[in-house]
Design a protein around this ligand. Structure first.
Ligand code: ADP
Ligand code: MG
Ligand code: ZN
Length: 476
C-alpha cells in the first residue's frame, strides 16, 4: 500500500503498406523465408534507401488521430548496434525530430469511473529487423521482415496499473485499425509493446528506476507484466535492495520476468543523422489533406450513438470496443432503420453466439445483411422471436440465407389464419376441462391451451395471435 506503480509503453506497429519502407520488397506476412528481400533491405554496401511516401502519410494520419503536433520538418537517424537479425548493423529510425509529438489517448469511461488521458510523447517512423528462428542447436535467420515499416508510439509514464496498460493498448489498436494504418495482429507481431515499469512511494513526484520488458504481444500479458514486475520491485525495495535499470524478459507462462541485460541508453547506440535520406518538409496543404482522410474515430462514434441514435452508454461502449461490432451495427441499423433493435441483437444474440462458439469478434463471418433481414422479418410480424433467434443461430454457424432457411423449414407465420384456426379448434375440442376452467375464471388455463396449439403449429404462429384466436373461439 505504500507504493504506486508507474508505467510507460513503447508500442511498435507494422504499417499496412504493400512495400517496405526503403525498397520495393513485399511486406506480406508469412511468405517463404528470405524470398522478400533485396540488396537494400539486407544492407549491401553501395545501396541507397528511398523512402516510401505511404509511410509518412500513415504516420501523419496516426498523429492526427492521437491528437499530436505534427512536425513540418522531420528527419531520420541511424541507431547503431550489431545483432544477427540486422544485417546493416544499424537501424534507420528517428531520434532528434520525430514526425509527431505531444498527443494523447483517452482511456476509462463513466462506467469504469472517470476518464484519464495517457499522453503520447512521440510517434516516430523506423524499419523493422529480421527474425531469428532458434531451432535445436541452430539459429536460422529470415530477412523478410527487414525493412517492414514501423511506427513506434511512445507514451509518457502516465499509466498506473496493469489494467490501464492493457486498456490503453486496446484503445490504441482500435484507433490504428480505424485509421487503416495497421492490422494490429498481435499474434503475428504487427503490434507489440515494450513495457516500462517502476515503483515509487505513494504520492512522490520523482520517478523510480525502471525496468523494461520487450515485445509483449497480448493484452493479458501486458496487464500481468505490469502487475508482477511492480510486485517484484516492491519486494526488492522492501528487503532493502535496489532496482537496477535493465531489460528483462517477460515469461508469460511463469508470470515472472528474468534479467536479460543492463539497459542501453541513447549514447550507447551512437545515434547520428541518417546521411542517405534528406530531411522531410511537409506543407500545410499536405498535412490537411491527410487529416481529411481521417475516419470517424471510436470516441466520436460512441458519442454519436448515444446522442443521435439513442443507445445507452453501456451498449455504445461495448459496440465501440471492436471494429467488427461497429461495422455490423452500422450496417444493420441502416438496413433496419432501427439502431436500438440492432444494438439489442448485437448485445444479446451476437454476444451469446460469440461466447458459445468461442469466436473472436474479428472472426465473425456472417453478413450484416442477414441479421438485418431477420430483424426486418421479425418486426414485420412474419416470424416469431424464437424463429428469429433460431435463424440467426443458423446464420452465425452455417451462414444460411435467412429467408431460404425460414421457407425451407416452414417457419414463416401464416398469412391467413386458417391453419391457426383449425389447430385452435381441435385443441379446444380435445381439452374441454381446460376450457371449462378458463370460462370458470381460471386465467392460467389458457396458457395450457396456447401451449398445445403452439406445439402443433411448430412455431409458425405468434403466441399472441394464438391466444387471441383461442379467446375468440371460446367466447363464440
Ligand atoms: P528508451 O526506452 O528508448 O530509452 P525513454 O527513456 O524515452 O526511451 O522511455 C521509454 C518509455 O519508458 C516511455 O514510455 C516512458 O514513459 C517510460 N518511462 C521512462 N521512465 C520511466 C519510469 N521511471 N517508470 C516507468 N516508465 C518510464
Ligand atoms: Mg525503450
Ligand atoms: Zn528489399
Amino acid at each position: 500500500m505504500k507504493y504506486e506503480t508507474v508505467c510507460g509503453l513503447e508500442i511498435h506497429t507494422e504499417l499496412l503498406t504493400k512495400t517496405k519502407i526503403f525498397c520495393s520488397c513485399s511486406t506480406a506476412f508469412g511468405g517463404e523465408a528470405n524470398t522478400q528481400c533485396c540488396e537494400i533491405c539486407t544492407g549491401m554496401p553501395g545501396t541507397l534507401p528511398s523512402l516510401n511516401k505511404k509511410v509518412c502519410e500513415f504516420a501523419v494520419r496516426t498523429g492526427a488521430a492521437l491528437h499530436c503536433e505534427i512536425n513540418r520538418y522531420t528527419k531520420f537517424d541511424r541507431k547503431n548496434y550489431f545483432y544477427p537479425d540486422l544485417p546493416k548493423a544499424y537501424q534507420i529510425s528517428q531520434l532528434y525530430i520525430p514526425i509527431c509529438q505531444n498527443g494523447y489517448v483517452e482511456i476509462g469511461d463513466s462506467i469504469k469511473g472517470g476518464k484519464k488521458r495517457v499522453r503520447i510523447h512521440e510517434i516516430h517512423m523506423e524499419e523493422d529487423a529480421g527474425k531469428l528462428i532458434h531451432k535445436d542447436d541452430k539459429t536460422l535467420i529470415n530477412f523478410n521482415r527487414c525493412g517492414v515499416p514501423l511506427l513506434e508510439i511512445v507514451t509518457e509514464p502516465d499509466i498506473s496499473t496493469g489494467e490501464e496498460a492493457a486498456e490503453f493498448t486496446q484503445k490504441l489498436r482500435d484507433i490504428l485499425r480505424f485509421c487503416g494504418v495497421s492490422d494490429c495482429k498481435m499474434q503475428e507481431g504487427s503490434l507489440r509493446a515494450d513495457v516500462n515499469v517502476s515503483v515509487r512511494p505513494k504520492g512522490s513526484d520523482t520517478l523510480g528506476t525502471r525496468t523494461e520488458m520487450k515485445n509483449i504481444n497480448s493484452f493479458k500479458a501486458i496487464k500481468n507484466a505490469v502487475l508482477h514486475e511492480a510486485k517484484r520491485q516492491i519486494s526488492v525495495l522492501e528487503c532493502g535492495g535496489e532496482i537496477i535499470q535493465q531489460t528483462r524478459r517477460w515469461d508469460d507462462r511463469e508470470n515472472t520476468s528474468y534479467p536479460m541485460r543492463i539497459k542501453e541508453n541513447a549514447p550507447h547506440y551512437k545515434y547520428f543523422p541518417e546521411p542517405d535520406i534528406p530531411p522531410l518538409t511537409f506543407s500545410e496543404e499536405y498535412i490537411e489533406s491527410v487529416r481529411a482522410t481521417l475516419p470517424e474515430l471510436p470516441d466520436e462514434k460512441k458519442l454519436r450513438y448515444i446522442t443521435k441514435l439513442g443507445l445507452t452508454e453501456y451498449d455504445a461502449d461495448i459496440i465501440c470496443s471492436d471494429l467488427a461490432f461497429i461495422k455490423l451495427f452500422e450496417k444493420t441499423a441502416e438496413l433496419t432503420n432501427s439502431p436500438k433493435e440492432s444494438a439489442n441483437w448485437i448485445m444479446g444474440e451476437v454476444m451469446r453466439m460469440l461466447s458459445v462458439t468461442q469466436t473472436l469478434p474479428e472472426n465473425m463471418n456472417f453478413r450484416a445483411e442477414s441479421l438485418g433481414e431477420i430483424i426486418n422479418l421479425l418486426s414485420a410480424g412474419k416470424i416469431t422471436r424464437s424463429t428469429a433467434k433460431e435463424t440467426f443461430e443458423q446464420v452465425f454457424v452455417n451462414g444460411v440465407d435467412p429467408s431460404e432457411y425460414i421457407k425451407q423449414n416452414g417457419l414463416e407465420l401464416q398469412n391467413n389464419s386458417d391453419e391457426i384456426l383449425a389447430v385452435v379448434r381441435s385443441v379446444i375440442s380435445a381439452n374441454p376441462k381446460a376450457v371449462d376452467e378458463y370460462l370458470g375464471g381460471k386465467q392460467k388455463a389458457i396458457g395450457f391451451l396456447i401451449g398445445q396449439a403452439m406445439k402443433q403449429l411448430g412455431g409458425k404462429a405468434s403466441p399472441n395471435e394464438v391466444s387471441d384466436c383461442i379467446k375468440n373461439e371460446i367466447k363464440t
